[in-house]
Design a protein around this ligand. Sequence first.
Ligand SMILES: O=C1O[C@H](COP(=O)(O)O)[C@@H](O)[C@H](O)[C@H]1O
Length: 256
Amino acid sequence: MTNERRVLVHLNKESLSASVAARFITKTVDILDDQDAANVVLTGGSVGIAVLAAINSSPARDTIDWGRVSFWWGDERWVPKGHPNRNELQAREALLDHISVPEQNVHPFPASDEGDDLEAAAARYAAELALAAPSGAALPRFDITFLGVGPDGHVASLFPHQSGIRESQASVIPILNAPKPPAERLSLTRPALNSSERVWLVLAGSDKASALGLALAGASRDEVPVAGIKGRKRTVFFVDSEAAAEVPENLIAPIY
Ligand SMILES: O=C1O[C@H](COP(=O)(O)O)[C@@H](O)[C@H](O)[C@H]1O
């Protein structure tokens, strides 16, 4: 299998979520057969959270040794800890509160009511990542990174025509002017996301078709940030038939 971007099309958001959940469980079991621990980067967004709920409701959920899985986030909204808009809270409600993952393995971004300002919070998360990294590295090995994709092609909190998608050195950055509320956010950068072994992009709905089509047809990452995303080993777009409407035919795998 090559590392070229693959597009797996599903009939609808429900079958998409169920399919990604099944694939995640199988792949994570395989990863844990080969290595002591796995690092998974979670995403916010409607499909990202639906996938977590599908993992939670799977009869095979606990075939994963959750004690050996660590969770990180690709981005977070700059809101208080218990705010319903926090990607962390939605992930806990959908999955993390229901599995036996040790709390020390769950690494949420700082919240706006925990004492740091936005810049200090970004630095704190970068330091937490570095602490979990192999000696001398800035990041742990991300085995699977989930990413949602916005209608404008944003991934994590990296938005078109903003400095965030152009950042090439830092691993974590503050976002001050996101066009999608809230304006203030925290995000992993493109290099950090692309350090992942596998990037799994999950998107559904006709409002994503244009961004996906443009990204796969060669648009720049500045225009369509998802165009700049590629994992080290695998980059798979899990989409529904509506989001796939503008994907070049030659890139589409059969409908599941
Ligand atoms: O604000 C955000 O939006 C994106 C995309 O969300 P979606 O509902 O259009 O899939 C999400 O990936 C990101 O984590 C979140 O902060």
